[in-house]
Write a protein that binds this ligand. Structure first.
Ligand code: FES
Length: 373
């Protein structure tokens, strides 16, 4: 009888411990969720044009003596604007890193069809306030599991999360670890922070910087040509790369990823971040209808999302890279072509306009796309 009571007592204690642990875990998760939903009111403390259609923003608190919420190198914030009466939100990777940041730095490229980037580039001024999300994102430098040689690959404005990781590693690189940054752009005036990277690689042991230009030969400090897995392997043997982080166009990352895997790199050691899909080529002109209510002419330029947004449709994407699923719409007829493989679950008849272009006349469900103009 005594044994039975002891067993029941132990069982009840074990159950209480498990429930207590679950409670703590949930409370912690709630706390994180609340943190991620908080909004920040930030002041534009600096705006600097740093290259061809590139602007660097420095954002601070209204009372700049207080530090901003910390973040992991590689994470992003979103900025929300009201442009022509419409709320528009866009994500931008943070381009700096500090344990207690007193400012957030962003580099924004003015996209030809970009409503938000155009507004920031042309109209936002020092002293303005912007609404920002808390720093977030699953793409970040994993300091616990990153040992051995680290390779960072950036294409164009994809340098921003790499700049943050580079700054972090300047302070926290492990002993014997090498950090190799490959930075590719089309033209010299698209390479931001170029001199800083050169200087830092020069004075810091274990840091290497290899810039590339694909469309312009400048001087001996910059390689001329396309960055590929084969080119990377001439600077560092693929077997010597412990982890590789990259942020570039969808096409460049796909090519690099396939090349590196073929060369023997494990897929789980390749981490990447998309910074929005763009379509700069010409697609087929066609008709896009919203149910039976209206039909518009698509002239073959930009993604379907860019077209719908410019046309004044009620569409509110977040990542612009087929990840968040916010821009999902129903398609009633017609075909679209994806510029990259969507990374979120889609039900039958749903598409992600942010990462596709129409391939034929299409009819979209008008219910969640009502035009605001
Ligand atoms: S905007 Fe995120 S999936 Fe389209």
């Amino acid at each position: 009888m005594v044994n039975f009571i002891i067993i029941v007592f132990l069982l009840l204690t074990a159950i209480s411990v498990v429930l207590f642990a679950i409670g703590i875990k949930e409370a912690f998760q709630n706390l994180l969720m609340k943190r991620s939903k908080r909004k920040l009111q930030l002041k534009v403390a600096g705006k600097k044009y740093i290259g061809n259609q590139l602007v660097e923003l420095t954002l601070k608190r209204k009372f700049p003596l207080l530090p901003l919420p910390g973040f992991l190198p590689g994470q992003y914030i979103s900025l929300k604007f009201n442009i022509s009466g419409k709320d528009i939100e866009r994500c931008y990777s943070l381009a700096n890193w500090s344990r207690f940041p007193f400012c957030y730095k962003l580099v924004i490229k003015r996209e030809p069809q970009g409503i938000c980037s155009g507004h920031i580039y042309d109209h936002l001024t020092v002293g303005d306030f912007v609404q920002a999300s808390m720093p977030t994102g699953k793409f970040y430098y994993d300091r616990v599991n990153s040992f051995g040689n680290i390779v960072l690959v950036a294409g164009g404005v994809g340098i921003t999360p790499m700049r943050s990781m580079w700054e972090y590693l300047q302070k926290h690189k492990k002993k014997g670890q090498n950090v190799v940054l490959f930075y590719s752009a089309k033209y010299r005036d698209e390479l931001c922070y170029f001199e800083d990277f050169l200087k830092e690689a020069d004075k810091s042991k274990g840091f290497y910087f290899y810039p590339f230009l694909s469309q312009e030969a400048v001087d001996a400090t910059i390689y001329y040509g396309r960055l590929s897995a084969r080119v990377i392997s001439t600077f560092i043997a693929v077997k010597d790369i412990s982890r590789l982080y990259m942020c570039a166009s969808a096409q460049m990352m796909e090519d690099l990823r396939n090349g590196l895997i073929q060369a023997g790199m494990f897929e789980e050691n390749i981490h990447f971040e998309l910074f929005g899909v763009s379509h700069t080529g010409e697609a087929k002109a066609c008709k896009i209808s919203l149910g039976k209510s209206c039909t518009m002419d698509y002239e073959g330029k930009g993604t379907l999302y860019q077209f719908l947004e410019t046309a004044g449709c009620k569409i509110n994407g977040f990542c612009k890279a087929g990840i968040c699923g916010n821009c999902k719409v129903k398609i009633n007829s017609g075909k679209v072509k994806y510029l990259l493989k969507p990374d979120c679950k889609l039900n039958e008849g749903e598409i992600l306009p942010c990462c596709c272009i129409p391939e034929s006349d299409i009819i979209l469900d008008e219910l969640n796309l009502k035009r605001a103009i």
